[in-house]
Design a protein around this ligand. Structure first.
Ligand SMILES: Nc1ncnc2c1ncn2[C@@H]1O[C@H](COP(=O)(O)OP(=O)(O)OP(=O)(O)O)[C@@H](O)[C@H]1O
Length: 297
């Protein structure tokens, strides 16, 4: 893609419990776009992020970012991770245990920079009251918010997020997704997000790539990718996230986030137990036999 900022072509051998699995990925990402990576456990999603960050060197490949060559195995060249100006939010938070929340953020701040961004991010992630705590005095969700704020402190050129909101409850997840979108708009941030959450993919991502067994199995906009899935069943399927639900006469009026738009759905009353704000659902049409499959509570 001519306007791409990030270009990745890598080959690697994954060592899985079932033996060796060849990994081969090619992807491009234009500046300011958000790519979601999804797929089953063990498919190679985290490994790909680690390769892009420079924490793991693929056996062969080339990774370019703008006019920088981050990796070129043919030329035996590689740019060290700390020189790639990447923000990385790991699945396991990876905070400095001996530093407070505030110190964890200050650590990431380039020398001489205005520290007001630290206070802004502490506020935005609702961590100001916890600023003097150490990571072992925080819940998993709070630690994840620190990890997110720390990754944003240096205004990275590329933000890599490995299931950043998986440990959070619905309200906090929604709030942090909004914060991330705001930050993304302000700084035209380019992001890759690993997630299993289809609602999150529709809300945040411009593109989604499904990785299976070390290869991109399908790629496109969320609507394209999940529309393809529908054709297999010959059903019309929509994915959504419930925002609100009220009973009216003998039906339910549901406000849902569907393909990044708020839609009003009129559904049968028997679906009431599923239509709780925060639930993600798929609806299979035709509506007279509508059934709801919950992906996640
Ligand atoms: N450095 C490595 N070299 C070779 N194989 C690896 C390496 N790190 C992990 N693997 C293996 O590669 C496979 C993919 O792991 P990875 O962590 O990338 O999966 P994932 O898609 O992120 O899964 P999950 O959704 O569970 O986090 C696993 O079988 C893992 O054991």
């Amino acid at each position: 893609m001519s306007d791409s900022l990030l270009d990745v072509h890598i080959k690697h051998t994954l060592q899985t419990v079932h033996g060796k699995m060849p990994m081969e990925i090619a992807l491009s990402l234009p500046k300011g776009r958000i790519l979601a990576i999804t797929g089953p456990s063990g498919a190679g999603k985290t490994t790909l992020l680690r390769q892009i960050a420079g924490l793991l060197t693929p056996e062969t490949g080339k990774i370019t970012f703008g006019n920088q060559v981050w990796l070129d195995s043919a030329a035996q060249g590689s740019v060290a991770p700390q020189l790639r100006n990447i923000g990385f939010v790991f699945q396991d938070y990876a905070l400095f245990p001996h530093l407070t929340v505030e110190e964890n953020l200050l650590f990431g701040l380039p020398k001489g920079s205005d520290r007001s961004i630290v206070d802004d991010l502490l506020n935005a992630t609702e961590l100001s009251n916890l600023a003097i705590r150490k990571p072992n005095q925080l819940s998993g969700g709070q630690q994840q918010r620190v990890a997110l704020a720390r990754a944003l402190v240096r205004k990275p050129d590329l933000l890599l997020l490995d299931e950043p909101f998986a440990a959070l409850d619905y309200d906090m997840r929604y709030h942090l997704q909004d914060m991330l979108l705001k930050f993304h708009r302000q700084h035209n941030l380019t992001m890759i997000l690993v997630t299993h959450d289809i609602g999150e993919i529709f809300r945040l991502a411009d593109q989604v790539a499904i990785i299976e067994n070390g290869k991109i199995f399908r790629q496109g906009t969320p609507a394209e990718v999940y529309a393809n899935e529908q054709s297999k069943t010959e059903d019309f399927v929509i994915f959504g996230e419930v925002l609100s639900c009220i009973k009216q006469a003998d039906q339910l009026l549901v406000s849902a986030l569907v393909e990044n738009k708020v839609r009003q759905l009129t559904l049968p009353l028997n679906l009431a137990p599923e239509m709780i704000p925060g639930n993600t659902f798929t609806l299979h049409y035709p509506m007279d036999v509508a059934r709801v499959t919950l992906i996640r509570h």
